[in-house]
Design a protein around this ligand. Structure first.
Ligand code: ZN
Length: 167
């Protein structure tokens, strides 16, 4: 059972360009605690948009990993379990992935290599980033829309890049 846990922040920076108010960038840190987890980062993104001073523009939210994703969807706990079940059916964890075959694999191997072919294949189906509109100085979202950082190979430390551009 998944719960829509909030991100746990250990570090967050935000800076603007010399042309103040035109663009800003922040890195946010997250710590997932489940193998698959939908972490609601809407409030953090909204706060960065508000602090940017931009009234009309875009915010781009980018995951910085190959086994994570960014989605915009509804924060309804049972729906999140449906999402997880859908991912499980599409790329089952117990299926065979060549990425996990240590006899074949020669590239990008690390000493503590994770068995995560399923997570990469799940990430393939989702987006790495989401670009959203800023109107009247606020992040524009529909009534039920929330921004999720999606963990597909947790638990671990993660990061996302937030870029705000506008006027
Ligand atoms: Zn991998």
């Amino acid at each position: 059972m998944q719960t829509p846990l909030r991100a746990t922040s250990t570090r967050s920076t935000f800076s603007t360009s010399p042309k103040e108010g035109l663009c800003g960038h922040a890195l946010i840190s997250l710590r997932s605690v489940h193998p698959t987890q939908f972490i609601d980062i809407t409030d953090r993104v909204s706060a960065l948009v508000a602090s940017s001073g931009i009234s009309l523009g875009f915010v781009n939210v980018q995951a910085l990993h190959t086994t994570t994703a960014i989605i915009v969807n509804e924060a309804e706990p049972l729906l999140l379990t449906d999402f997880e079940a859908t991912l499980n059916k599409t790329a089952p964890i117990d299926a065979t992935y060549r990425h996990d075959d240590r006899r074949l694999r020669v590239k990008n191997l690390t000493p503590n290599e994770r068995t995560n072919g399923h997570a990469h294949c799940r990430a393939l189906l989702l987006a790495t980033s989401a670009c959203l509109n800023i109107v009247d100085g606020r992040l524009l979202l529909g009534e039920w829309q929330r921004i999720f950082f999606v963990e597909l190979d947790g638990a671990r430390e993660r990061a996302a890049s937030i870029m705000v551009v506008g006027e």
